[in-house]
Design a protein around this ligand. Structure first.
Ligand SMILES: Nc1ncnc2c1ncn2[C@@H]1O[C@H](COP(=O)(O)OP(=O)(O)OP(=O)(O)O)[C@@H](O)[C@H]1O
Length: 247
């Protein structure tokens, strides 16, 4: 997997106030208590990754932030406002966009219909930008969503949410199951988005992909964050990070 290497400069110093702050988050599926006091921050323009083994609670954290999983306690603050009790659509309207692991595109609609259904908002991706970044989506314009490859589905799912011009993008395993060249392309787009000031919270199992892109990493074990690693610490601590991910 090769994403163009970003500069070797240390992680940018976080701005004084975080764009997203998650405080003492607990989450539940029925009787099952799966997040145990998660605290994390994402600063404006930062790319932050959540890494950890399967079942550690990373996706649940994204679902809790978006308000898709309602059975949770703690506080989620976005741009200084408490959004914990808002319904998901109002959370999205504040500028958070989530691409779930299953990529949530409309399988019976064509690529073009999938692209055009979400309303484009000021600052969001236009159709022209979409085709410039991912020309394959123009070529596949009339194909139904169900007939796309995994990579094409990931591109389409990302573009659908980028049309709304979000300020924070939540990506759940964007590299999962994709060919190296597609992973590289998606990595390049994430870097471009960061350069434009977008913040990204990225769930990843692919350590190479995560460490190339993210300024900071939170390590999840059994529903808790047990470690935090900055970009400039990654090389010295790569062995520990691999151990956290190994089964
Ligand atoms: N819909 C659900 N109902 C019940 N338990 C769930 C549900 N979704 C996830 N879990 C459980 O919650 C825990 C955290 O899962 P989560 O999906 O957040 O982990 P993850 O770190 O994202 O890993 P993965 O890569 O496997 O998704 C796991 O024990 C999982 O089995």
């Amino acid at each position: 997997m090769s994403v163009p290497a970003p500069s070797l400069a240390p992680a940018r110093p976080p701005a004084s106030s975080p764009l997203l702050e998650v405080r003492d988050l607990h989450a539940y599926y029925g009787q099952s208590h799966v997040l145990h006091g998660v605290n994390l921050q994402v600063h404006p323009g930062e790319v932050v990754s959540l890494i950890g083994r399967n079942g550690a609670g990373k996706s649940t954290t994204l679902k809790s932030i978006m308000g898709v999983l309602r059975s949770r306690t703690g506080q989620i603050v976005f741009d200084g406002q408490d959004i914990t009790r808002l319904p998901s659509h109002r959370i999205a309207a504040r500028g958070l966009a989530w691409v779930p692991e299953e990529r949530a595109i409309l399988s019976t609609l064509s690529v073009r219909e999938n692209l055009e259904l979400p309303p484009a908002r000021p600052g969001g991706w236009t159709t022209a930008r979409t085709y410039e970044a991912f020309p394959v989506l123009r070529e596949r314009g009339h194909h139904p969503g169900s007939k796309l490859s995994g990579g094409e589905q990931q591109m389409l799912a990302m573009v659908r949410v980028l049309r709304s011009g979000p300020r924070l993008l939540l990506l759940d395993e964007p590299s999962e199951g994709l060919a190296p060249v597609i992973v590289q392309n998606i990595g390049r787009i994430i870097q471009e988005l960061q350069q434009e000031g977008l913040s990204v919270l990225l769930v990843e199992q692919n350590l190479n992909f995560a460490t190339r892109l993210a300024d900071r990493h939170y390590v999840f074990v059994d529903g808790q964050i047990v470690d935090e690693v900055r970009r400039d610490e990654v090389e010295a601590r790569r062995g520990e990070l691999l151990k956290y991910l190994s089964v």
